[in-house]
Design a protein around this ligand. Structure first.
Ligand code: BG6
Length: 301
């Protein structure tokens, strides 16, 4: 399988495909300005490091590995076509099925600035229709270089309008969760999912001293992760997204999860997810499309 992929989509010195020990295929990108890996299952970006940075910008748990049908812990899971728990079916997977099903490679190329582009597609199948009976395809394009851009387009190819929830659920690598602040959401309302579901308003920058699980709504703002330990700022810009999810499990929950990189991997990540969730779910009329875009860059300070 990788031979055909390498022949059709590989780019000499930039992009190649390999089969992981699990049998899943991983795309490896390494160009003059950045490197990344992406598992074809779930179109799951697993890592990204611009060459200007000594430490990766996207965090991947050391306890995770690609396994068929299971989501990878870390990277940038694609949550689609719903975010969080399914509205009515408790047995359906959290964050939708897109992150655990195979995607197809449909295009690759090099941008004028030397960045590498790769596009994957998820097409509705009998299996996905059991959980979501609509005709939609999703394209995810990643552009890897000094910055990382991801574009997720949902095409409603059917004859009915659909409503989707979605997120690029990115885990960012940080020095220590106790020493970071996230700015950009000051004054925003959020659903606080820790200890119930309460609507609150953000006062000042976000800092962390315990489990944090918040869905900020009605905000298209860029966020910045200020990391005093690694002495850098990570900029999280987005388009076509009105929700931002800020999540970190803290010790007790991380221990229960068991795949966060024991004993203290949880201290070295924070999720800042560009989403459309809760009241920001998106209605896509028949025959139209919707695109969510993120762009990340790291800056040493
Ligand atoms: C976040 C949710 O987006 O993802 C959290 O807000 C959840 O509630 C977290 O715990 C991780 O989800 P999962 O399904 O990857 O374990």
């Amino acid at each position: 399988m990788t031979t055909a992929l390498n022949t059709q989509f590989g780019i000499e010195g930039q992009l190649s495909f390999r089969e992981d020990a699990s049998g899943l295929v991983v795309a490896e990108i390494d160009n003059t300005s950045g490197r990344a890996s992406l598992c074809l299952q779930g179109a799951h970006l697993m890592s990204w490091q611009p060459k200007s940075q000594a430490v990766p910008v996207v965090w991947l748990s050391r306890d995770t590995k690609p396994v068929a049908g299971k989501s990878i812990r870390g990277g940038a899971p694609v949550c689609w076509p719903w975010f969080g728990a399914h509205a009515t079916e408790a047995g359906f997977p959290g964050h939708g099925f897109a992150r655990t099903v195979p995607w197809q490679v449909i295009e690759s190329g090099t941008e004028p600035n030397g960045a590498t582009r790769l596009t994957l597609r998820l097409v509705a199948s009998d299996k996905t229709r059991v959980q979501w009976p609509h005709d939609c395809s999703v394209d995810l394009t990643v552009i890897v270089g000094e910055t990382l851009r991801m574009e997720m387009t949902t095409n409603n190819t059917g004859t009915d309008d659909v409503v989707i929830g979605e997120a690029l659920h990115t885990y960012f690598q940080i020095g220590d969760i106790g020493q970071v602040r996230v700015t950009g959401l000051e004054g925003c309302d959020y659903w606080d999912k820790v200890g119930g579901s309460n609507l609150r308003t953000q006062q000042g920058a976000i800092s962390f001293s315990g489990e944090t699980d918040r869905v900020y709504i009605n905000s298209a703002a860029e966020c910045v992760i200020h990391d005093d330990k690694l002495k850098r700022r990570i900029h999280v810009a987005k388009f076509g997204s009105l929700s931002t999810v800020v999540w970190t499990p803290w010790e007790e929950k991380a221990n229960k999860m068991g795949d966060m990189g024991q004993p203290d991997g949880w201290r070295e990540m924070v999720c800042v997810e560009s989403a459309n969730a809760i009241e920001n779910v998106v209605k896509i009329a028949a025959g139209t499309r919707h695109t969510l875009i993120v762009e990340y860059r790291a800056e040493s300070v």
